[in-house]
Design a protein around this ligand. Structure first.
Ligand code: ADP
Length: 160
């Protein structure tokens, strides 16, 4: 049976930190679904379709990776797509506490799905989407923090 992992997140926008986790996870899984959370209540900077488009550009030559979106529970999405693993990245102790709670609750919801955590590389530790958005909003150059396939100037975020 193929090993499929879901990498869920906001990816607002997708950074080289996210990319690093996905590329390393290709050595562990047969297929990875990058699933962008579509949360109607949480306002994003980049619209959902833009976030998906950016990620598709990064992995357009990688047939084992698909890009999708979902609403609702991550474990329900996994079940629907035959994925037994949830992939997440860990940068700091704060990430660990957050991920521990989500991971344990997900396991309580569905014990057939395992969360797998990869530690980020030291150079990617300080990178997060919030800081990247702040740089972009302030007119700075954030290109070094996103994969080279993503040309930030081609995309417009929500400036309110
Ligand atoms: P969420 O809103 O679900 O936290 P994010 O897009 O912020 O979505 O993050 C998705 C996943 O990627 C999380 O597991 C997060 O810890 C991980 N992640 C974010 N930035 C990095 C990074 N620089 N290095 C490694 N993992 C990261």
């Amino acid at each position: 049976m193929k090993k499929t992992a879901v990498f869920p997140g906001s990816f607002d926008p997708f950074t080289i930190g996210h990319e690093g986790i996905v590329r390393r996870a290709l050595g562990l899984f047969d297929n990875i679904i990058i699933a962008v959370g579509a949360n109607a209540l949480k306002k994003s900077y980049y619209p959902l379709e833009t976030r998906k488009d950016m990620i598709k550009k990064v992995f357009r030559d990688e047939p084992r990776i698909t890009v999708d979106h979902y609403e609702g529970l991550t474990v329900d999405y996994c079940k629907k797509h035959g994925a037994h693993y949830i992939l997440r990245g860990l940068r700091t102790a704060a990430d660990f506490e957050f991920e521990r709670a989500i991971g344990q609750v997900n396991r309580a919801l569905d014990s057939g799905i395992e969360s797998v955590f990869l530690l980020t590389t030291p150079e990617h530790t300080p990178i997060n989407s919030t800081i990247v958005r702040d740089i972009i909003r302030s007119g700075g150059d954030a290109s070094r923090f996103v994969p080279s396939a993503i040309k930030l100037k081609d995309y417009k975020g929500d400036e309110d």
